[in-house]
Unconditional design. Sequence first.
Length: 373
Amino acid sequence: MFLRIKTLDWYIIRQFLQTVSFSILGLCVLFVVVHLLENLDGFIDRKAPVRVIVLFYLNYLPQIVKLITPVALLLSGLFAMGRLSTSHEITVMKAGGLSIYRIMLPVLLLGVILSGFQVYFDGWLVPRANRKKADIEQQYLGKGRTETSLYNLYVRDTPQQNLILRFYDDLSKTGTNLTLEEYSSETSPRLVRRIDAASFSFDTLKTSWKLTRAYEHRFSTDSLLQSSPNAAQMLFYEYYELKTITTPRVLMQLQRNIDELTLPEQREFITVSERSGKDVRKQQINYFSEYALPFANFIVLLFSVPLSGGGQRKAGLALEITTAIVIAFLYMACIQIGKALGQSSSFAPMFIAWMPHGIFFLAGCVNMLRAKT
């Protein structure tokens, strides 16, 4: 009996995976064709080689897969159950003593495994592919910004310290015209120190900035004294070592799109921004959402059995597909609305990120219980 059920599980999984592969492939082709038609003129105008276009879409595919996987799994669960029902295989399984829940168990377990894998896929592989895609877009479509040379940067290094960089090149880790402003307190800021350097570079061994021809101005907390080359409050350094929270890695992360940051990089970005006194609630919600979203793959499968009539084809296929698309749309809309409302609420960012998934998980469980066993 155990061997027979195990073989049956593999059969159901194989049927489901075949449908998932077809659904993801079809949706990916649709996305790529639409995007190519919109941007083909740009590639032609920039004389992009075919190799570059192919490389662009190979790096675009992970982002597409991230977006369409929940919808593909919902449709796949619906089609797989429908196919088994149409061929009367579910009827035979029930006659053998298996409930609809036992029949769906291997599919649900596979959904959990896929959700766990997609946390890694979405959090590490997709951002790296997005970076390569952004490089090609910047070069051949004129989109985005360069990632190696930055101009006129204003960074709040700490709540009491501002860092201003006129120019910085990430390839050489050097720049010109650096200014550091230090204030007495965050609540009643008074300028107490200022450093101006003609040029600077980053020492990777000491993890500090090396300033060249630096002037340090010290101000009294009682009154701001005007500094001049002859003032007693001014010191000159041919070389000066400056320790800051802001490093070249942080500078480049600040310039990147959030879609190009891995989960550890997002956490580091949030930590640095929070130390600087910035409001990071939106970033925190997005960060926890990256962990929560993959589990939509499992949750949508809870709707596939009731949509297919619990293994009995009662509704038409067109109606089932329409219902599945509506559910997927409501699910994604609930996630986005929750993010928007959560930014102005007092609830914890983790709760805001997981709340829509919890609601649809409960709704999915109710739908599973309603399915005829």
